[in-house]
Design a protein around this ligand. Structure first.
Ligand code: ATP
Length: 448
């Protein structure tokens, strides 16, 4: 049976991954059966209802003997823990749980209904869904579920369960990574986290790039621990389970209550809708990869954010949109400030209020030609305009030139891919160092 869970936490406490870890350990302890590595899926990062990273979880439990009775018992344990541990007093917490038992799994496979789950998972990462979209599938596939308050958590719960169903049949269909989460002892929740920074930096240096987004070296910050009162002490993200555990073993910190390894879609860029797949009209709360040419020189606005416009080359209705690199993206803004009108670029990010919030940028072809007033051949001074459509002249020497000079400039930046630093990275965004490890044939400038 596959179990998906979402929306149990609030900014004041709890974490759905912790609830999942508690459940997995409890069910294991009671010997209900083998339990898979749990999944942590990050859904549409623009959704306003999210608490933090829009995460949802799922796991599979294999019940061998007395299946039906055990299934009933497992469901009761899950419902009890979700009811007990969810932050139900908080307005935005609307828990949802979806159960896909073996009968339902047979139905899904038999009628090739996994296409329905595939679409649901992909839409939950890229689109804005309604609770009724989850209900339609739940009722079509006769799935059992449990939900509280406005039941919005069913969206994430079904998406997380769907991801696991799909990974079961095609393990490598979706790109995935790992995160090892360490959880705090209850008496420490809400207190300052005790983590030995030096040991974290050493572990990071010894395992990067197989682990990533632990330390932001450029900004001199640990980025693997939250600052909220939630039960998470820290999470080590990476592509290699061995490297993650090696890093973990060498870190010194307060004693943990438990730890749990998750398979996750973090660091994969799965939220990005490619140019060619984008609908004709770009929509807010969606994330895109868009090609175009810089249409206006970048300018720094109040708050230190940097904005410029891009003239789009795709088939979208909009011919041009604004792009923004927010102040928290720190050094990334220095790259953006060096853009010049005419640079051919690809932008990656989420659209909000018709402005693309930049996560990455590829400088595909820099416009290095600058038109300047010509210099006088005799005295070397810059010539002045001789009037509209009348070329340029040197007042002193009386020389004349018809056109401007084309000069090759050094824009101070190299072509290639750039990203926001780890301190500003969304969970689902793919670190450029992962592209490098995949052997991408592009110039890559990791931002850490
Ligand atoms: P945390 O990361 O700490 O677990 P969170 O950021 O995941 O918190 P949730 O508390 O899970 O936030 O709230 C997100 C809510 O949005 C859930 O109810 C989830 O079902 C819903 N949701 C997720 N993806 C979408 C989507 N694409 N469209 C509409 N609703 C969504």
């Amino acid at each position: 049976m596959i179990i998906g869970i979402d929306d149990t936490d609030s900014r004041k406490g709890m974490c759905t991954t912790y609830l999942c870890a508690v459940l997995v350990d409890e069910l294991k302890k009671h010997g209900y059966g083998n339990i898979s590595t749990p999944r942590l899926v990050r859904l549409n990062p623009c959704i306003p209802f999210k608490t933090r990273g829009n995460g949802a979880v799922s796991f599979e439990i294999e019940l061998s003997v007395e299946k039906e009775r055990k299934e009933r018992e497992v469901k009761e344990v899950v419902k009890a823990r979700v009811s007990e541990l969810s932050e139900l007093r908080e307005e935005g917490t609307n828990p949802g749980v979806v159960f896909i038992d073996d009968h339902a799994l047979d139905r899904i496979r038999g009628k090739e209904n996994d296409g329905m789950l595939k679409n649901f998972y992909e839409n939950a990462v890229r689109e804005v869904m309604k609770i009724k979209n989850a209900y339609e599938i739940i009722s079509n596939l006769h799935l059992d579920y449990f939900a509280l308050k406005n039941k919005r958590g069913l969206i994430g719960a079904l998406a997380a369960a769907s991801f696991l169903v799909l990974q079961k049949t095609k393990p490598n269909y979706y790109d995935f990574t790992y995160e090892l989460m360490a959880y705090r002892r209850k008496e420490r929740w809400g207190t300052l986290r005790v983590i030995d920074e030096a040991s974290v930096r050493k572990s990071d240096a010894a395992t990067y790039p197989l682990t990533w987004d632990t330390v932001d070296v450029a900004n001199n910050k640990l980025v693997f621990a939250p600052h909220s009162p939630c039960p998470v002490l820290f999470g080590i993200r990476g592509d290699s389970v061995d490297a993650i555990y090696k890093a973990y073993e060498h870190m010194h910190a307060e004693p943990v209550e438990r730890e749990k390894l998750f398979i996750t879609n973090q660091g994969t860029d799965f939220h990005l809708i490619k140019c060619e797949e984008a609908k004709e009209k770009l929509q807010d709360y969606h994330s895109y990869v868009l090609d175009g040419v810089v249409g206006s020189n970048p300018r720094t606005i109040e708050g230190g954010h940097v904005v410029f416009s891009i003239l789009l080359s795709g088939k979208t209705e909009e011919r041009s949109i604004e792009c923004i690199a927010y102040e928290p993206t720190k050094g990334f803004r220095d790259i953006i400030r060096k853009l010049r009108v005419g640079d051919e670029i690809t932008v990656f990010g989420s659209l909000k209020k018709k402005t693309l919030n930049l996560e990455k940028i590829e400088l595909r072809k820099l416009n290095l030609v600058e038109e300047r007033n010509p210099r006088c051949d005799k005295c070397g001074r810059t010539m002045e305009s001789a009037g509209r459509l009348q070329g340029y002249r040197c007042k002193r020497c009386g020389t004349h030139r018809a056109d401007k000079d084309s000069v090759i400039v050094d824009s101070g930046v190299e072509e290639g891919l750039y990203e926001v630093p780890p301190v500003a990275r969304r969970h689902i965004s793919k670190p450029l160092v992962r592209m490098r490890m995949e052997g991408a044939n592009r110039k890559i400038h990791p931002g850490r």
